[in-house]
Design a protein around this ligand. Sequence first.
Ligand code: BJW
Length: 247
Amino acid sequence: MDTKAIKRAAEILRDSRHVAVLTGSGISAESGIPTFRGKDGLWKQFRAEDLATPEAFARDPKLVWEWYDWRRGIIAKVEPNPGHRTLAKWEEFFHEFSVITQNIDGLHAKAGSKNILELHGNIWKVRCTKDKNVTENYTVPLTEIPPACPVCGAMLRPHVVWFGESLDTGILSRAFGLSSSCDVMLVIGTSAFVQPAASLPLRAAESGAKIIEINPDPTPLTSYAEISLPGKAGEILPAIDGLLQKE
Ligand code: BJW
């Protein structure tokens, strides 16, 4: 661990009032949830075109639901790790603190974070394909695949954002607003490959925020980062927290 860079990150955070965090699947890796693009990532094993597009769902809803049912089974068994827990703790520490996440696993909320924007939806929510009503559903495994809407009987779909689908405009505009107004943005565990999420740190940097990136590997955002902390979120975030609490 680069202790000098961690110390500098703690100094920057100590001087900040408004902190925004962008997380990706890497923050949940230490909880046991596979990422998408790493060497053991989901997209090495499965094709996004077959499972994470509206066209794939229209073609074979059973296949898509079986994949989500499998992932719900993994996520149901895991717990937030020290990375999630440190971010939840920091909500009390800073004047304004928000987590903007691309993750659908619900682990930030489970760790205790409250100011969360879920850009790509939530795996524990389902949406009626007919009336678009969104409800929570925690049944694992699902009792019928594809599941049916208990109100109208139409097919339900996962309340997640697939490739080619627009993000919720209210959530996205709040995410850009936070990115424009924060003093510092922590970018944690994302390959910064998927738009529009990957543009949020660029908006923050353009607006004068300092970027601190935590990721074992470099990303297209690394060159924009004031501080780049190569390593695991579950180790680096508690190390920064240790220094913040010292003062
Ligand atoms: C660790 C670690 C540890 C490991 N600690 N770190 C502009 C240009 C080009 C294309 C587009 C564009 N604008 C829009 C597009 C199209 C498309 C897109 O971005 N395509 C790219 C692939 C090029 N975007 C969309 O379609 C979006 N919609 C949209 O923009 O609508 C308007 C529009 C439509 C069409 C055309 C133009 C405009 C929707 C994107 C939806 C993404 N959906 C998914 C699935 C969600 C549901 C589900 O989970 O099933 O979201 S795909 C997948 O990727 C998932 C993730 O949220 C997302 C991001 O992945 P993430 O989190 O970054 O994971 P990885 O695996 O990539 O990276 C993990 C990182 O962690 C790595 O860097 C590791 O090193 C690191 N790591 N262990 C810290 N312990």
